[in-house]
Design a protein. Structure first.
Length: 276
């Protein structure tokens, strides 16, 4: 497959790549807020002797945990609506689950794990993951339901907040949109809209503590609506959530360091989160 074609394919399907190397002897802090995304995770544990490759489906509630024994991890985040055709399983079957890739891809998933474990560097891991996804993309057809779901995602992450209005703008019924969205993204459009508001509020809270203003700008009815969503989706009040982040000291947890993959990901046409 030509290099240009590979870059184009990956930039279509993957929106973020992140590599994490925990500080030796410290736990890796895992924090995942609901965001309607499916991720592919490769972990190396026990000093590089073994590891695993798994798929983490979209979450409906926040996940907080400490993982020990991890030498490094690479996380690829699919754009909403692309995980189902590439993985070969409806996104809602992965909701709130972490599933070994081998259970989904069969032998090819196990073969990929061995290739990744044998890789000598993080850029090589990214290259091998990229080629595996590009090969799947080459043999993948794009269902109409996935295209519809991605258009709905664009509207919901833009300026549209009502699912009924999104369906009307796309020329379908709300029921049809809900079915396509659930199959392709993994959660319903109303649940996805809630994650959009939550993520907006979290980003705004990084520079402001005016919760009344944050609630309005993030798309909530009022501050009480924001607090109720935080309690249900995160399990904490907004204030408790921010205090927890401050106590941890850094964005991805005290025992964790992100690796700069700028050269690799820019070459592949993928966005990448870098250390701050």
């Amino acid at each position: 497959m030509a290099s240009a074609a590979l870059t184009f394919s990956l930039s279509r399907f993957i929106e973020d790549v992140r590599a994490i190397v925990p500080v030796a002897g410290r736990a890796c802090h895992v924090e995942q807020l609901p965001d309607g995304r499916t991720t592919l995770v490769f972990r190396v544990i026990e000093g590089g002797r073994r590891g695993d490759v798994s798929v983490a489906g979209p979450r409906t509630r926040a996940l907080f945990k400490n993982a020990t024994g991890i030498a490094r991890a690479v996380i690829l985040q699919f754009k909403p609506g692309w995980s189902a055709p590439l993985l070969g399983v409806a996104a809602n079957e992965l909701r709130d689950r972490i599933v070994p890739l081998e259970d989904i891809w069969g032998r090819s998933g196990g073969d990929l794990y061995l290739e990744l474990l044998a890789a000598r560097s993080l850029p090589e891991v990214i290259d091998r993951l990229s080629h595996a996804i590009a090969l799947r993309a080459h043999h993948t057809s794009e269902p109409a339901s996935a295209r519809l779901a991605r258009r709905a995602v664009h509207l919901l992450e833009g300026d549209e907040v009502r699912v009924e209005s999104v369906a009307e703008r796309l020329g379908v019924t709300a029921r049809h949109l809900r079915r396509a969205f659930t199959e392709s993204v993994g959660i319903g459009p109303k649940e996805f809209a809630r994650t959009v508001r939550l993520q907006r509020a979290v980003r705004m809270a990084a520079t402001s503590r005016d919760w009344v203003r944050i609630a309005v700008d993030a798309g909530y009815y009022d501050q009480a609506h924001l607090i109720a969503d935080f309690r249900e989706l995160v399990g904490l009040t907004p204030g408790a959530f921010l205090k927890r982040a401050v106590d941890r000291g850094v964005r991805f947890g005290s025992g964790e360091a992100e690796v700069d993959l700028r050269d690799t990901t820019e070459r592949l046409g993928i966005a990448c989160q870098h250390p701050t």
